[in-house]
Ligand binder design. Structure first.
Ligand code: CTP
Length: 402
């Protein structure tokens, strides 16, 4: 999403400014071009030279440094941006932006931007909670700015409170989200989507479990792109290893039973349900409360397994009303035959079939090659692509048929 995107990076004078070198690097690593504009106060925390070296572009620090006669620097900079990122945003810049004040290089430049704008406030808990700051944030949201919520936690002042800069990964996710919403038609606007992701864990005892190779990447890609296309997303996940997609409501679960209980609540108000999780077909009949000790001299240990609920089949056959229900078929042989069988057996509307034995397809890989199977009898084979591109294609095909 960030490949060749032009990001105007506006840094103001809060202590979190020291983290911005790493944020610039993360954006650049994902393919973005980054140009930095800094207030004088930001330069108290980190130098323009740091950003010049990292971004390979001069840093704008003075409105009247008009060294290029062919253009007016702050206007040229504003026109260049695909996205303006204001991070960290102090209470001062929020107040100026909310009131259209342009009295330094950052506020002047921002007033001239017409691209999507993402503001990431970070400050002391009391400054953030101040009624004036909250009024300014509300005003900015009404004016069409995207404003991230700060995190709660340990502040530079030495005490806990709301005002911390969100994790850098979460900021990058939000940058992608704002750019994507501006770029893609919002085909899922007004839709509620529930997605399951990851391999379930079935406990044997408090320290051991049965699971599978699913990484959750495909489910996360579907959730991220659904949010990009305007959906309200509930993501039911068994994994904590992946970055949480922006604007998705997270529900963390472990076992198939927990997943079944959680999806029931979300499903009733969903328009689309996607079961991308690899759900264990069986669970241990008698889960031990304490760690199972090795029995010396015993030849082996027999675990008795009982069947788990088939969540997709239950939703497809008993709960589906207006909802579109999408399942996955991860197979190592007879792909299309098994996928068609699952579509009918579980009363799904679509099955995403992928041969997990192929290189670059399925579990843990960053790419996938799937065939989308419709209950209308049509198959849509897709080429091997990143999981993100695969997810976007899935949404595009499904939304032309719904
Ligand atoms: N699924 C489910 N609940 C289960 C098992 C599977 O909801 N207990 C869903 C998966 O999330 C997936 C689809 O059903 O969307 C197919 O999963 P898969 O494990 O391939 O199906 P099974 O019916 O278990 O068939 P198999 O014999 O291939 O394991």
């Amino acid at each position: 999403m960030l490949e060749n995107k032009k990001i105007g990076f506006f840094i103001t004078g809060g202590i979190a400014a020291y983290k911005m070198a790493e944020l610039a690097r993360m954006l650049i690593r994902r393919g973005a071009q980054v140009r930095v504009v800094m207030t004088q106060h930001a330069q108290e925390f980190i130098t323009p030279l740091t950003f010049q070296v990292l971004t390979k572009h001069p840093v704008l620090i003075d409105t009247f440094d008009e060294s290029t006669p062919a253009c007016v620097q702050h206007v040229a900079m504003a026109d260049w941006c695909d996205l303006a990122l204001v991070c960290p945003a102090t209470a001062n810049i929020l107040a100026k932006m909310a009131h259209g004040i342009a009295d330094d290089v950052v506020s002047t430049c921002l007033l001239a931007t017409s691209c999507p704008r993402l503001i990431v406030p970070a400050m002391n808990v009391n400054m953030y909670g101040n009624v004036a700051t909250q009024r300014n944030i509300e005003q900015l949201r009404q004016d069409g700015y995207e404003v991230m919520e700060p995190d709660e936690g340990f502040l530079a002042e030495g005490y806990e409170g709301k005002g911390r800069l969100p994790e850098l990964e979460a900021i990058v996710e939000m940058v992608e989200m704002v750019l994507a919403q501006a770029e893609f038609p919002q085909v899922l606007a007004g839709k509620r989507v529930v997605i399951t992701a990851g391999g379930t864990r079935e406990r044997i005892d408090p320290v051991r479990y049965i699971t599978n190779d699913s990484s959750g990447k495909m489910g996360y890609a579907l959730a991220q792109t659904a949010a990009w296309l305007g959906a309200q997303v509930d993501l039911i996940s068994t994994t904590h290893q992946l970055a949480e997609p922006a604007n998705c409501q997270m529900h963390f679960v472990e076992s198939a039973q927990e997943m079944a209980d959680t999806i029931k609540d979300c499903f009733s108000h969903a328009d689309i349900a996607v079961m991308a999780a690899a759900v264990s077909d069986y669970r241990v009949a008698n889960q031990a409360d304490q760690k199972i000790k090795k029995q010396v001299g015993q030849l082996g240990l027999i675990l008795e397994l009982v069947e788990n609920p088939d969540i997709l089949a239950y939703l497809g056959k008993n709960k589906k009303r207006h909802q579109t229900v999408i399942g996955f078929a991860a197979e190592t042989s007879n792909l299309l035959e098994y996928a068609h069988d699952k579509l009918t057996r579980k009363n799904a509307d679509w099955i995403v079939a992928n041969d997990v034995s192929q290189k670059g397809s399925g579990f843990n890989s960053d790419t996938n090659q799937v065939t989308l199977i419709s209950r209308m009898g049509q198959d849509y084979p897709l080429p091997q692509m990143s999981k993100q591109q695969t997810a976007l294609s899935i949404w595009q095909i499904i939304m032309t048929q719904v």
